[in-house]
Design a protein around this ligand. Structure first.
Ligand SMILES: [Zn+2]
Ligand SMILES: [Zn+2]
Length: 425
């Protein structure tokens, strides 16, 4: 063999380091287990902040791999740290583990028949958002990486997060609490990756968006104060219902006239309005509640500022008073553009170039955003729709279904992203 061939071989072997023959075997061996774990978790779903059995299974698996495990993080979260054979940066991988209060309607051998109590009501419990697949995929990634520690330069932190769907009222939980409890510290996380399965994206396809991928969700409450009078004599009072209508109108002009919608989408929705008791009484007050969705930090700040200015001024213009309170629910799922650019070749390698597709922003929210507020992160979507199907049921519904054959790509993607990120650093 001459020198050129040797150099060529060296380059090829370096390039293929992450996906060498050992890795292929590891992926092949883990797929069956991932599907088994997924079905077991699917059949035994647990609601937010109540993921006790799920957490125990995860912890036992990580321990069996020789990974350092911390349990009880943010109530029921499990965190594992795998140290590679040589020192380097730390990458975190996150899977959410909670289920939803939904009665499953699918006819499956591993269908959930679990019931529980939610807000004082008996409910079915179902993995109707696919977090069972996220959990199983990350357990699979942990197994593959733990058996290939020699390929890891640095550390991989596995974050199994409770309560992504939101903790029960009055409780803390989810990503925000995990961050508060220091999950991104010791070792300090340099970058974080996560995925969400999607029932309406075909198996084999990965979709992503750089920048704001999912919206920040905020809620707001507006209290309008008028002056009560007889319905036949509006001049004797101040009508809070009319003021509410003007406020709703004004809020929508913030979106339609003041927001640069070609840059990112933005939404203001008034979801409830409560006022009055009788047809011939102009009431004293009105209350409105609603939600704000934004995909850009500056737009979010501007929208909030304009709402706070406009609401009291509109009320004043009609002789009344109004206050507005805006509360953060979830931040923007913001994919760091440099990190996306750096990791894209990895996704294209594992899924194929034509199967790695860009997608539009989603006005739904995801609490992975709280990790991304602290460290650069990349959150993408993994296809879970049965090959050949053209439609399927959406998330959070009783007929929601994910095809197991899509899970291995999730294992490959997170594993290879971790190795490429660490070994390049
Ligand atoms: Zn969900
Ligand atoms: Zn979800």
């Amino acid at each position: 063999m001459n020198k050129i061939i040797l150099t060529g071989l060296f380059l090829v072997s370096t390039f293929c380091m992450a996906q060498g023959p050992n890795m292929e075997d590891a992926y092949k061996n883990v797929e069956k287990k991932v599907i088994e774990w997924r079905r077991d978790i699917h059949q035994n779903p647990e609601l937010s902040n109540r993921e006790f059995k799920t957490a125990a299974k995860i912890a036992a698996h990580l321990k069996s791999l020789g990974i350092d495990v911390q349990t009880g993080v943010a109530h029921t979260g499990v965190v594992g740290v795998l140290k590679g054979n040589s020192p380097g940066k730390t990458v975190a991988l996150r899977a959410d583990i909670d289920a939803l209060p939904v009665y499953e309607r699918n006819d499956l051998p591993y269908k959930s028949n679990v019931t529980s109590e939610f807000l004082g009501e008996k409910v079915g419990v179902m993995h109707a958002c696919g977090h069972d697949t996220h959990t199983a995929i990350l357990m699979g990634v942990a197994e593959v990486l733990a058996k290939n520690k020699d390929k890891i330069k640095g550390n991989v932190k596995f974050i199994f997060q409770p309560a992504e769907e939101g903790p029960p009222p009055g409780e803390e939980g989810g990503a925000l609490l995990m961050v508060k409890e220091g999950v991104l510290k010791n070792p300090d996380v340099d970058a974080i990756f996560g995925l969400h399965i999607n029932s309406q994206t075909p198996v084999g396809v990965i979709r992503y968006k750089s920048g704001g991928a999912m919206a920040a969700a905020q809620s707001f409450t507006i209290n309008v104060k008028g002056k009560q009078s007889h319905g036949s004599q509006p001049w004797a009072g101040v009508d809070p219902i009319l003021i509410s209508a003007k406020i709703i109108d004004g809020l929508q002009t913030i979106i339609s006239r003041e927001t640069e919608l070609t840059q990112e989408a933005a939404v203001i929705t008034v979801g409830k309005i409560k006022s009055g008791v009788r047809f011939n009484i102009i009431p004293e007050s009105a209350e409105m509640i609603g939600t704000i969705r934004t995909l850009d930090y500056d737009m979010k700040a501007k929208l909030n500022k304009r709402m706070e200015e406009m609401v009291p001024m509109i009320a004043k213009a009609y002789g009344g008073e109004a206050t507005i309170e805006i509360r953060d629910a979830t931040d923007i799922t913001y994919n760091n553009p440099e990190l996306v650019t750096a990791m894209l070749p990895t996704l294209q390698r594992v899924a194929g170039e034509s199967n790695t597709q860009t997608q539009k922003a989603i006005t739904g929210a995801e609490d992975f955003s709280y990790f991304q507020r602290e460290v650069p992160g990349f959150f993408f979507f993994l296809g879970g729709m049965t090959p050949g199907n053209t439609e399927s049921f959406p998330h959070h519904t009783p007929d929601f279904l994910i095809d197991d054959s899509g899970l291995l790509l999730g294992v490959r993607a997170l594993t290879e992203m971790s190795l490429d990120y660490l070994n390049r650093s």
